[in-house]
Design a binder for this molecule. Sequence first.
Ligand code: TYD
Length: 138
Amino acid sequence: MAITFELKKNGNDDIGFLSFFEIGNNLRFQIERVYYVYGAKKNTKRGMHAHKELEQIVFCPYGAIRFRLDDANSTEEINLDEPNKGLYIGKGIWREMVWEEDNSVLVVAASMLYDEKDYIRDYGMFLSLVKSGYWKKE
Ligand code: TYD
């Protein structure tokens, strides 16, 4: 349902590491927006929504954040617990995130500008949109 990436790690223990996303190499869309969530305590729960059109790449450069993804047919759990792990989340996926450590940082690269109308925040509504074929591939 989601695509996980193990990004290349450039560097070593002395100077640290560098990882990247780029078009044609893990990144499947042009980024229009980047946002990040920080200062959250362990066990914080966020997300609880799906998107009509938005695609995202998410990663956790510091700490550990567990993602629970749901496409209404199955669920999947992915723990972003290394800075070089990334996750692509396409449209029509319900997501919930749980902070596994204090101050874990969540970085999101998104395909569109912020638009509240793109959010589905009601799980029942999400299920009925899936049922109606809203995200059926053309
Ligand atoms: P929200 O998407 O509800 O965060 P989460 O689902 O992780 O709890 O966003 C929180 C607030 O920030 C909300 O008032 C909308 C605002 N916001 C922006 O203005 N721009 C953005 O790019 C994002 C993601 C949120």
